[in-house]
Design a protein. Structure first.
Length: 100
């Protein structure tokens, strides 16, 4: 891992330390020149996936990184929770169409 990647990873970890959630854990890991952010459900009653999103060097080096990071984190939290649905009205309609 080069020094730029290490610095970017440290920057993301520093931001993640500012967030605490009773249901979710946040972590980060390097991926080439980028950084992956992992969102994981704490002690889920049923198994759920880990949500991973990637921050590219242009995002990590942006002067407004802290604000864009927060927006992206919140957008990903929304996506993660929506992905956890096991049934939606759209699913019901599709199931009815498949039934004989």
């Amino acid at each position: 891992m080069n020094s730029a990647t290490n610095s970017r990873l440290d920057r993301v970890k520093s931001q993640l330390n500012l967030y605490e959630h009773p249901l979710l854990d946040f972590s980060a890991r390097p991926k080439a020149d980028a950084v992956e952010v992992l969102i994981q459900f704490r002690n889920p009653p049923v198994p759920v996936h880990i949500y991973i999103f990637e921050l590219h060097p242009r995002d990590l080096d942006h002067p407004q990184f802290e604000w864009t990071f927060q927006r992206q984190l919140y957008d990903c939290l929304h996506d993660y929770l929506v992905e956890m649905f096991i049934r939606t009205p759209q699913d019901m309609k599709e199931r009815r169409q498949r039934e004989p």
